[in-house]
Design a protein around this ligand. Structure first.
Ligand SMILES: C[S@@+](CC[C@H](N)C(=O)[O-])C[C@H]1O[C@@H](n2cnc3c(N)ncnc32)[C@H](O)[C@@H]1O
Length: 246
């Protein structure tokens, strides 16, 4: 399949390849050289290493570094779901203040950084399956003077006792949603505060979430085919509590 066909497969980006070949530690210099430091319009408090075009960056990463089969460069953008969630955390710091926090699917680290700036216990946990995200989120945390503990692993199904679990823009793929949602619901069921940000992706399970807030997030037309995405912040509720209307 051609690269552009792979991109066309998915509402935003194709899902991560399940047969990813492990990559040695990605070079921070490459990330620095191929991104610009900027603050997303919706998050003037946070500076990130950002790209403005995904496809050429993806090509360049594979070609220049001779690494084939890389996942898309999710780490080079602050996705609408993450921006809405990060805005919410910055505006309502009491959600995370003094608490242990995990940012699941951290990408650039934008949500973890917002949590740290809002007063979450540091280091804030940040997890992504993509090792490029680990390097990019680490660079971005340093830019913002916060401490995040970012690692590459698939944590779905595990529970390390976090007080708060955050996830920005993770409902972009059916297989991903089918795995993530029951895990997030189980975490909510044992008492974690689980909050997600989503800009209306097709697989967002709205009927199983409780709406907290809505934001208009400026986005890149090249990525989203829109200039602004209405992004909702939702609370994940354990199914038994949702039925009882708790
Ligand atoms: C659309 S990006 C969102 C990134 C960031 N939260 C934001 O809003 O800007 C989705 C992220 O989920 C990550 N991801 C996919 N499957 C995952 C898994 N099983 N565990 C952890 N992260 C995962 C991807 O690598 C990607 O960085």
């Amino acid at each position: 399949m051609t690269r552009s066909a792979r991109w066309a497969d998915c509402p935003i980006l194709p899902a991560l390849r399940r047969d990813q070949t492990p990559v040695k530690t990605p070079p921070a210099d490459f990330i620095r050289a191929n991104t610009a430091i900027a603050a997303p319009v919706h998050l003037p408090e946070i500076r990130l290493h950002l790209a403005d075009e995904a496809l050429s960056l993806w090509h360049k990463t594979e070609n220049e570094l001779g690494l084939l089969g890389l996942p898309p460069p999710f780490w080079a953008f602050a996705w609408a779901g993450g921006q809405g969630l990060a805005r919410h955390i910055l505006d309502f710091p009491e959600l995370v203040k003094g608490r242990s926090v995990l940012d699941f699917g951290t990408g650039s680290g934008v949500v973890a950084i917002a949590a740290a700036l809002a007063g979450a216990r540091q280091p804030v946990g940040a997890i992504d399956v993509d090792p490029w995200s680990v390097v990019a989120a680490g660079l971005n945390a340093r830019l913002n003077g916060v401490d995040i503990d970012v690692c590459a692993r698939d944590i779905i199904g595990h529970d390390e006792g976090w007080d708060v679990v955050l996830a920005g823009d993770v409902f972009y793929d059916k297989a991903m949603t089918d795995r993530v949602l029951p895990w997030l619901e189980a975490l909510a069921g044992r008492g974690a505060q689980v909050i997600v940000g989503d800009p209306g992706r097709s697989y967002c399970p709205r009927d199983r979430l409780r709406l907290e807030a809505t934001y208009c997030v400026p986005v890149t037309r090249a990525l989203e085919d829109a200039d602004v995405k209405t992004t909702s912040v939702w609370r994940v509720i354990a199914p038994e509590q949702l039925c009882r209307g708790v």
